[in-house]
Design a protein around this ligand. Sequence first.
Ligand code: ZN
Length: 157
Amino acid sequence: MRIGFGYDLHLLKEGEELILGGVKIDYPLGLIGHSDGDGLTHSIIDSLFGAFGLPDIGNHFPDSDPKYGGISSLALLEETMRIIPGSVINIDTTIIAEEPKMSPYIDEMRRNISGIIGIDESLISIKATTNEGVGPIGEKKAIACYSVCLCDKVVRL
Ligand code: ZN
């Protein structure tokens, strides 16, 4: 068994799209990023690479490479699943965002992630909390995401 941990933070800006877990969220601010800025999916990807001791997301998908410009992070997650030498048992995540309410979007995020990872939605946990108004996240300047995963080093056929 392998455990992996991932963290990501993106700055919020007016006029950007807010996409988390591959779901477009209705909100006037969005996340700045070379890809679609999907910090939840990025944190999951980093947890998966971490579980197998592989280099991080920035090494695999460098933001200096134009082919990743504006790319859906779900496509990066698909590529990650081809790279990691094993399978995923479960994933647990937390989104830290002062706004908006994430609850209407969580089920669709779990469907998106479970569809790509290839495990049941019940094995993908996505939680959301605020930062109680404190710090840059509390001031709505950024959204952060944490993920942990449990993996099996047995290579899938
Ligand atoms: Zn990111």
